[in-house]
Design a protein around this ligand. Structure first.
Ligand SMILES: [Zn+2]
Ligand SMILES: [Zn+2]
Length: 246
């Protein structure tokens, strides 16, 4: 390598979106460094077989059969899994994808989601569908991060993507709401946008908190004849817990 080449490499060295450190020259990744990739922590076992919530984070002992996270979900939402917990650097990566315009991050994050293991009952073949965003946010942001993750996951798992859902209302963002308000906020907010009869659908979103949005999507898909729905998100958050969830 010439001196100019070496200098150029140094100047143009990619910066990691998870930690802002320089990505090592030998690292094939361009967006997330090896150290950050290694720090992405899957929800620790044992987990709820249905929703994947770590039992020690829900305060439920390992032998209990009722999980407070998923007991109010509709039957149509059969399973949920997340690639990692909402903690550094995963929280920062989601922020970069969602609010900072780093669309290309959906590539590595979707590939990470492709490694999630499902229970044996989660049958194939399955198609991939994103949780739709509101038309207003789509306009403002120029993209739907859930759709980008869904596209990436479909590529990484060789499954078909289906534009299965659309928003029927401009519900507010769920982020600022308490759990009890979240279900009401998205009630009736989704409708089928394609023929989903008999389909087994893997629904994709960036963050799972209470599951209110996914529950509403699953109910709309089941009403339109879908066979079953399972949810996958990049991260799982446990930060908001009001008195209604005790
Ligand atoms: Zn990093
Ligand atoms: Zn559960």
């Amino acid at each position: 390598m010439t001196i100019t080449g070496a200098l150029l490499d140094l100047v143009l060295a990619p910066v990691c979106l998870g930690c802002e450190g320089l990505i090592a020259p030998g690292d094939s990744a361009r967006l997330v460094c090896r150290r950050c990739r290694a720090r992405l922590r899957a929800p620790p076992a044992p987990v709820c077989p249905r929703c994947g919530a770590p039992k020690r984070m829900t305060g439920v002992d390992a032998d209990s059969f009722t999980c407070p996270e998923c007991r109010e979900w509709p039957d149509a939402l059969r399973f949920a899994r997340s690639a990692c917990l909402l903690e550094p650097p995963a929280d920062r990566l989601v922020h970069q994808l969602k609010y900072r315009g780093w669309r290309a991050l959906a590539g590595p994050l979707g590939e990470h989601m492709a490694r999630v293991r499902w229970p044996a009952e989660a049958h194939e073949p399955a198609v991939i569908a994103a949780v739709p965003t509101t038309p207003r946010r789509q306009r403002e942001r120029g993209y739907n991060q859930a759709q980008l993750l869904a596209d990436s996951l479909a590529r990484a798992t060789a499954r078909t993507g289906v534009p299965a859902l659309r928003r029927t209302t401009g519900s507010r963002t769920q982020t600022a709401l308490q759990p009890a308000s979240r279900a009401a906020n998205v009630a009736g907010a989704f409708a089928p946008a394609a023929d989903v009869t008999g389909l087994h659908i893997i629904l994709v979103d960036d963050v799972l908190t209470t599951g209110a949005t996914a529950a509403e999507c699953a109910a709309a898909l089941a009403a339109a004849g879908a066979c079953c729905v399972q949810l996958i998100t990049f991260v799982r958050a446990f930060e908001i817990r009001g008195p209604t969830r005790q």
